[in-house]
Ligand binder design. Sequence first.
Ligand code: NAD
Length: 316
Amino acid sequence: MKILANDGISKMGISLLEENGFQVLTTTVAQEQLGNYINQNQVTGLLVRSATKVNKNLIDECPGLKLIGRGGVGMDNIDVDYAKKKGIHVINTPSASSLSVAELVFAHLYGGVRFLYDANRNMPLEGDSRFKQLKKSYGKGKELAGKTLGIIGFGRIGQATAKLALGAGMKVLFFDPVLDKVSLTLTFFDGQTVTFHLTKTEKEELLKESDFITVHVPAQKTYVLGKKEFELMKDGVGIINAARGGVIDEVALVDALESDKVSFAGMDVYESEPNPEIRILMHPKISLTPHIGGATNEAQDRIGLELAEQIISYLK
Ligand SMILES: NC(=O)c1ccc[n+]([C@@H]2O[C@H](COP(=O)([O-])OP(=O)(O)OC[C@H]3O[C@@H](n4cnc5c(N)ncnc54)[C@H](O)[C@@H]3O)[C@@H](O)[C@H]2O)c1
C-alpha cells in the first residue's frame, strides 16, 4: 500500500512503515495536482502537516483514499467531518510535540529573566565599545527557582510545562475550566519518580499570584489575557504565549510592557501570523520565535512514529 507524506515525515516513521510493507512517497505535490497524483499512484494514505489542505474537493476527487493523517495537533487544514462521512479514517498526533513546546516556554522564561532577548540584540552592536554599561543594564536578573508559574490551560502542553517548572524548583498554579485536580509524575534519568498532586486555582487568583504566566489553551473566541487580566497581575510579571495567536490581546500586552506592569514577554505565536505586528517584532522587551514550539527533531521523530503505528494498526 502506498502512503504519500506530502509535507514530509521523519526517517524513523518511514522505516517503520517500510518494515511493515508500506511504500512511502515523500514527493511534495503542489495542491492543485494532488488529486491527480493520488489517483495515478493509487495512494491509500495521505499524510500532511499544516501546509497541505485536504478539503471536500480533494476528498471527492480521490475515492481510493482510506486514511488521512495530520502530523501534529490542529486539524484546521483537513475537512475532518466530511472525510469521516466518506468513510475515511482521520488520525493525528496530539501529544508528540508537547514536551518540545514546554521546553520552548522555558527557553523564553530563562532568557526573559536574564534579558537574553535584549543582550543578544545589543552585544553585536555595542559589546566591544560599551561592555561595562551593558553588563550593568543586564545585571539585575532573577532566578526562576522559588517563583510561581501560573499556567492557563492545563492539557497536554500545560502539564508538560508544569513538570519542567516543578523540576526547576518553581511553584505551579493552574487554571482550566474542565480540570479540578491533576496528579503529575516526574520521572528522572535514573528511574526515580516523584508525584505532585495539584488543585486548580481560580483564574483571578492565578493572575494575582503568579510571577510568570503561560497560556496553553486552544484557539478562543475572546482573549484569555486582555487589559482587565493584565491589571490584576503582579507588577513585573513575565508572560509567555506559545499557544495560538489571538489568545492574548497584543495591544494590551504592549501597553502593559510599556507601563512596566509586564517585565517581558516570550512569544512564539502572533495575532497577525505570518505577518506579526512591527510593534511586537521591534519591542525591546519581547523575546521572539517564529512559531517553532513543536519543531524539534525529537518531536518530528515521535510524530513519524506515532503516525506509522496508527497507520499500521488501521491499514495492515
Ligand atoms: N507553538 C507551537 O508550535 C504549538 C505546537 C503545538 C500546539 N500548540 C498550541 O498549544 C495549545 C495547547 O495544546 P495542547 O495540546 O495542550 O491542547 P489540549 O487540548 O491538550 O489542552 C488545552 C486545555 O486548555 C483548556 N482550556 C480551553 N479553554 C480554556 C480557557 N479559556 N481557559 C483555560 N483553559 C482553557 C482545555 O480545557 C484543555 O484542558 C493549542 O492552542 C495548540 O494549538 C502550539
